[in-house]
Design a protein around this ligand. Structure first.
Ligand SMILES: Cc1ncc(COP(=O)(O)O)c(C=O)c1O
Length: 375
């Protein structure tokens, strides 16, 4: 049964906007933010106004060569969020069945509900390293499914879906006349190893992404959809209903960013290359917290410690632990309940190295205190 549109909201986004900040913030999922001074941007290169168009040509060209597709397969959008909404609006009708991964990024799921989807779920299982398993999809898909949705890398676990699995998922979807939407926003953090957009695997694939995560440029709202040209045209028609122009200042800065890509990729690689061994050492010292060890990405899930008072319960209570961590240790992480993983919490590793080290120290201290409580 679909939910009335006027009641749909994102509990996660409200939390992220109002409550995720803290003196030590491990709740963010992006690489440390860039500032204007990091980019060769000169006021005279920008334009406050520009003629309406279907994408600023220099940006479309640069995105095309970055993503390995022609410009007629790209639709720009304000961030991956709006790209997801546009892609979904073009691929199913209200009342259609949409098959969503679990765990998932909640605002994306709520967007599908907002658009009237009848949501079904397929599971990414812990014991399977959160793989998007084609066999699981085959069990869950029905002749009514119009769209399959997953994120690659997966949010919140950073599991990478390999090309063979993606190809198999595409075949299964094609078999019932469905498309596959792949949110690739975390794939950008593979940098020079990033595979071309999922469209390379077949016309049933639609993907979305932005410069938000890997480039620390969430404020630029430079996002895009990649789809076969006919679907891309349909998506532009939907964008016509919402936008007259794109923000021309942001488009021009985005083109400048694309010209700086190698330098910015090196920055992200260096930061993750420094931070990953730090979280790995932490997991070596706290094996009880390990859920999975993704080799890529900017986030990972940890298991919350279990307070003695609830030892008989099979799993910990991440909400209570996150509250202690925030209130007594001024450190924020994302409670796993937002991802249907109530015994876990998500940690970001793409921020400053000192902040990560400080946050993990506080995490260890909070865990020790939590486990002693009520003992
Ligand atoms: C899977 C996923 N898609 C989209 C977004 C939002 O990206 P953007 O800021 O580009 O809209 C996020 C942010 O957390 C995300 O995790």
């Amino acid at each position: 049964m679909s939910v009335g549109r006027s009641h749909v909201e994102s509990a996660y986004m409200q939390w992220a906007k109002l409550h995720s900040g803290a003196p030590v913030n491990l709740a963010t999922s992006a690489i440390a933010a860039l500032s204007m001074g990091d980019l060769p941007v000169h006021l005279e290169d920008l334009a406050l106004n520009a003629p309406g168009s279907y994408g600023y040509a220099p940006l479309m060209e640069r995105l095309g060569s970055y993503l390995g597709v022609s410009a007629d397969s790209i639709v720009t959008a304000p961030g991956t969020s709006m790209a997801n909404l546009l892609a979904m609006a073009a691929t199913f009708e209200p009342g259609d069945e949409v098959l969503f991964e679990r765990p998932t990024y909640e605002p994306m799921l709520q967007t599908a509900v907002f658009l009237g989807a009848e949501v079904r779920r397929f599971e990414r299982r812990r014991e399977d390293g959160f793989r998007a398993d084609p066999d699981e999809l085959r069990r869950r898909i029905t002749p009514q499914t119009r769209l399959v949705v997953l994120a690659n890398l997966h949010n919140p676990t950073s599991a990478l879906t390999l090309e063979d699995d993606l190809r198999a998922i595409g075949e299964i979807a094609r078999g019932v006349g469905a498309r596959v939407l792949v949110d690739e926003v975390y794939l950008e953090a593979l940098f020079y190893r990033r595979p071309p957009a999922a469209l390379r695997l077949g016309p049933e694939f639609v993907s979305t992404s932005s410069l938000t995560k890997a480039y620390g440029l969430g404020g630029l709202r430079c996002g895009w959809v990649v789809a076969e040209p006919e679907l891309a045209r349909r998506i532009w028609r939907i964008r016509d209903l919402h936008d007259v122009n794109s923000a021309s200042v942001a488009e021009r800065i985005s083109a400048i960013v694309m010209d700086q890509r190698e330098k910015l990729e090196e920055r992200g690689e260096t930061l993750l290359g420094t931070n990953r061994p730090i979280i790995e050492r932490f997991l070596d010292e706290h094996p009880e917290m390990e859920v999975s060890r993704p080799p890529f990405g900017t986030v990972l899930m940890l298991r919350a410690p279990i307070a003695p008072s609830s030892r008989r319960a099979a799993s910990g209570d991440a909400d209570e632990f996150c509250r202690l961590l925030r209130e007594r240790y001024e450190t924020s992480v994302v409670p796993g309940a937002f991802f249907d993983m109530p015994d876990c919490f998500r940690v970001g590793i793409g921020g400053g190295t000192e902040e990560l080290e400080e946050g993990l120290e506080r995490l260890a201290a909070a865990s020790a205190e939590f486990q002693k409580r009520g003992a």
